[in-house]
Design a binder for this molecule. Structure first.
Ligand code: ZN
Length: 287
């Protein structure tokens, strides 16, 4: 999980820029959209107001499916979704520049939700299928890998604890505290790691539930397990080599603790090294 610095974007201009991409043959669509510019501006302002108190769950979702339902004045859900898929994504437009800027905002091009895969797309924090007035709100669009974008799909956010981590603006504690742990099993000489969320007891209940929910929604267990497999061979070799060099479990545990301290919080490798540092049986070569 990574933070993302929100890029320099004039948010007030984004809706109008998306409408600039609308072709001459769809002027009726454009005119009806312009009628709801005030409604959109109000919703986006509300979004800004709800970021810091972490109350983005207070947006009321529209009905599922039924793409022809009227959302505001003479505009349907499908038309609001199209604002993103047809007009914000349209190549060589002002709106597309905003999309590209948001997509490029993730540090080192890594998906902020999982911290594992590269960014492929933008993810709607509140999905456009249920919150269509936010379909092109830049603050609602986070860079994401295809796996995380697909995993969350159209889940609605109904309670404070449903809010997954909001990479543009969330508490330091989520990024600076270890809250993912691993268990290790050793069968037939093969080490395997399993991962689970383990937020500190000292956190508020809603904070603990939020990270657990983040872990589940983005299926981080599967992603961490897959990512861990690339390191298993090297770990096994390290333990065997250190043992044959006369190292005991204390030295080997200390070695992994030192490796963990150099990795980013909650990254797959840090979690693995920490699990090893606390496992004297494995570090004693008993596998
Ligand atoms: Zn991801």
């Amino acid at each position: 999980m990574n933070r993302v610095s929100f890029p320099q974007i004039e948010c007030d201009e984004v809706f109008a820029k998306c409408l600039m991409s609308v072709g001459a043959d769809e002027q009726d669509y454009k005119a009806r959209m312009e009628e709801i510019a005030g409604v959109i501006a109000k919703q986006w302002k509300l979004f800004d107001d709800r970021i810091s108190p972490k109350s983005l769950h207070q947006f009321k979702p529209c009905l599922p499916r039924r793409v022809d339902q009227i959302i505001s004045k003479r505009v349907t859900k499908a038309e609001l979704k199209k604002l993103y898929s047809s007009y914000m994504l349209k190549q060589d437009t002002e709106a597309r520049k905003i999309y590209d800027k948001l997509r490029a905002s993730a540090k080192n091009g890594i998906c902020p939700m999982c911290g594992i895969y590269g960014v492929d797309t933008l993810d709607h924090y509140l999905p456009k299928a249920r919150y269509p007035l936010l379909s092109v709100n830049p603050k609602n669009l986070l860079p994401a890998c295809a796996h995380c974008n697909g995993a969350k799909s159209t889940d609605i956010c109904e309670s404070a604890s449903d809010q997954t981590l909001y990479a543009y603006n969330d508490d330091n504690k989520f990024y600076e505290t270890d809250w993912v742990s691993a268990s290790i099993s050793a069968r037939y000489g093969l080490l395997t790691f399993d991962f689970y969320p383990s937020p500190p007891e000292s956190w508020l209940r809603v904070e603990r539930q939020r990270v657990i929910n983040h872990f589940i929604r983005f299926d981080l267990r599967t992603k961490y397990v897959l990512n861990s497999s690339q390191l298993v061979r090297s770990i096994t070799d390290t333990i065997r080599r250190m043992m044959s060099d006369g190292g005991d479990e204390e030295i080997i545990c200390g070695h992994f603790a030192s490796l963990a301290s150099r990795e980013k919080r909650n990254s797959t490798f840090r979690v693995m090294y920490n699990a090893l540092a606390n496992d004297e049986i494995i570090c004693g070569g008993n596998f």
